[in-house]
Design a protein around this ligand. Structure first.
Ligand code: C2E
Ligand code: MG
Ligand code: MG
Length: 558
């Protein structure tokens, strides 16, 4: 293989991001030629471009006593350049070619010496635990992958994230937190084989990479890691109990790059954490598909807003006894260019995670206020409109000013706008919530607690909040007829609401029987398919106030 081949390797194989060079005489000393660095050298002024261990200009390294070797010296594998170094000579050089056919060389031994000097222990190890850090982990992982590809073995990446570590850190202090991490590192270390790599890649995240014989082996690794934390850890006189959630991914060969593998294991860990803390989960194709889908949705959100693809549907809330219209809940939909409506479950959480919810939520609020004002002008009635507010939106310092401007622009009187906040969101940041809620109240905006019964409310806190209503979670209503516990919970929520002096709303009412049970319990308002499904504005108008005429385009813009 020649220097020109090196160039061809990068050009032909676009999955190849870097070529590893390692010093077999001194394990752990590694250098990488990255794709970026290589091409930089092609276009570049600096001769040899970049050679990275993290980010390092190779020109500086190469100027050190470069030796030459014939440009057709064989390089031994496609993506690994492992250069043996004879004891006494620094005569193995890497050849880099330019498009004009000329060659440059760089002395490998000089690179290693320089790397060792500049990227010594500090750069590759975590100071707190003494474990390899992310940089070294990724290097070792890529070496392992190359090897696995050659010999046909499997490589497992096992990702551990401690459960509730932040809470311990916050309550017992950082010093205890640090010592705990060091002890956890030792416990984990005792479970892995000497040839495996255990690394701490950030805060409370540890990763094990190992070569394995069977796809079941990593499960045992995970179980050993979990079990190693079973006994409490004593830190500065505190008995700390901690668990870890673990994600596993298994691969053979180099099809997936090291960073991607760590991401996969991280994703599986995340699943483990949401399902049941202290357990493990294995990354699978479905998880991958979901991750890709998530990413696609995330990237489409902004453009979709630009193309005006979001719609608001409205679902009625009526008096349980008289079925008189009291409010509409605005529910967002995403109309794809194909015409299909994406339901909020498909994108709200994603928008929340990536921060787009602030933009989307502002649009929803604005559009719902505008629609309500339009209906009011047309004499449709004095019902309210409810808008769902997500956690991130609720803690956004800009929310108040925005709501205030909407209420004023649309001339909405007190009580016209209802913000629905889920119980769990409300309880997340109790102190800040209180201030926001009080300020909203002053603007004449009322608050409804959504999905009530699924979170963990503090009653003392609930009593202080300026609330308008409490919505019983749909799951209890669904099970009213069949499940005693659900019936009891629904009834408890209703009396609780009454004791707090607020109204109770039964959500997801689908049949007369459920309605009858709720009425008997004294439920004030109901919402659900029995009364009406969420519909676009035109359909809502036909059903609920057919007499009112649509405004002419002139009215609308005024
Ligand atoms: P939610 O606020 O609890 O809304 C009620 C959900 O229950 C709606 O689902 C509604 O269509 C559905 N539903 C109502 N009646 C029935 C019934 O009788 N049977 C059944 N099976 N379902 C019923 P949707 O529209 O899919 O919305 C789901 C969730 O997405 C909402 O739950 C809300 O949390 C969120 N969401 C919707 N729009 C927005 C929005 O604009 N902003 C934010 N932040 N979240 C939104
Ligand atoms: Mg709601
Ligand atoms: Mg709800």
């Amino acid at each position: 293989m020649t220097g020109a081949d090196l160039e061809r390797m990068f050009r032909d194989d676009d999955a190849l991001m870097s070529i590893l060079i390692s010093d077999t005489a001194a394990p752990g000393r590694v250098g990488l030629i990255t794709r970026l660095g290589f091409y930089e050298s092609m276009t570049g002024r600096l001769g040899f471009g970049w050679l990275l261990n993290a980010t390092r200009k190779v020109a500086a390294l190469a100027s050190w006593d470069p030796l030459t070797m014939p440009h057709d010296t064989p390089l031994d594998t496609v993506s690994t350049v492992v250069l043996e170094r004879p004891k006494d000579a620094r005569d193995h050089d890497l050849v880099i070619s330019w498009p004009d056919g000329s060659f440059g060389t760089v002395s490998v031994s000089s690179i290693f010496e320089r790397l060792a000097m500049e990227y010594g222990y500090e750069a590759t190890h975590d100071r707190l635990t003494g474990l390899p850090n992310r940089v070294l982990l990724l290097d070792r992982l890529s070496v392992l992958l190359q090897h696995a590809e050659r010999v046909g073995s499997l490589v497992a990446v096992v990702f551990c994230d401690l459960d509730g570590f932040k809470r311990i850190n916050d309550s017992l202090g950082h010093e205890v937190g640090d010592r705990l991490l060091a002890k956890v590192a030792r416990r984990f270390g005792s479970t892995v084989r000497s040839q495996d790599t255990l690394a701490r890649i950030s805060g409370d995240e540890f990763v094990v990479v190992c070569e394995i014989g069977s796809p079941h082996a990593p499960v045992q690794v995970a179980e050993r890691l979990i079990a190693s934390l079973a006994a409490p850890i004593i830190v500065k006189g505190h008995q700390v109990r901690i668990t870890t959630s673990v994600g596993i991914t298994v691969t053979h060969g180099t099809a997936t790059d090291p960073e991607e593998l760590v991401r996969e294991a991280d994703l599986a860990m995340y699943r483990a954490k949401t399902d049941r803390r202290g357990g493990f989960e294995i990354f699978d194709a479905a998880m991958h598909a979901r991750a890709v889908e998530r990413l696609t949705v995330e990237q489409e959100l902004g453009p979709a807003m630009g193309r005006d693809e979001f719609r608001l549907f409205y679902q009625p809330l009526v008096g349980a006894a008289d079925r008189r219209l009291v409010a509409f809940e605005a529910l967002v939909r995403w109309q794809l260019p194909t015409g299909r409506m994406r339901a909020p479950v498909e994108f709200i959480d994603i928008a929340e995670d990536c921060g787009f919810i602030t933009t989307l939520g502002a649009w929803v609020l604005g559009e719902a206020c505008r629609q309500l004002a339009e209906w009011r002008v047309r004499g449709a009635g004095d019902f309210r409109v409810g808008v769902n507010v997500s956690a991130r939106q609720f803690s956004d310092p800009g929310l108040l000013a925005y709501v205030a401007s909407m209420v004023e622009a649309c001339n909405l009187g007190p009580g016209a706008l209802v913000l629905e906040i889920t119980e769990s969101n409300l309880m997340q940041h109790v102190e800040t919530s209180m201030a926001t809620l009080t300020a909203l109240r002053r603007l004449g905006v009322v608050i409804s607690v959504d999905d009530f019964g699924t979170g963990y409310s503090s009653l003392a806190y609930l009593a202080k909040i300026p609330l308008d209503s409490v919505k019983i979670d749909k799951s209890f209503v669904t099970d009213l007829e069949s499940n005693h516990t659900s019936r009891m919970l629904a009834s408890t929520v209703i009396s609780l609401a009454h004791n707090l002096g607020v109204r109770s709303v039964g959500e997801g009412v689908e049949n007369e029987n459920q309605l009858a049970i709720l009425m008997e319990m004294g439920c004030d308002l109901v919402q659900g398919y029995l009364i009406g499904r969420p519909h676009p504005p035109e359909q809502v108008e036909q059903t609920w106030f057919p007499g009112t005429a649509r405004p002419s385009p002139d009215d609308r813009t005024s």
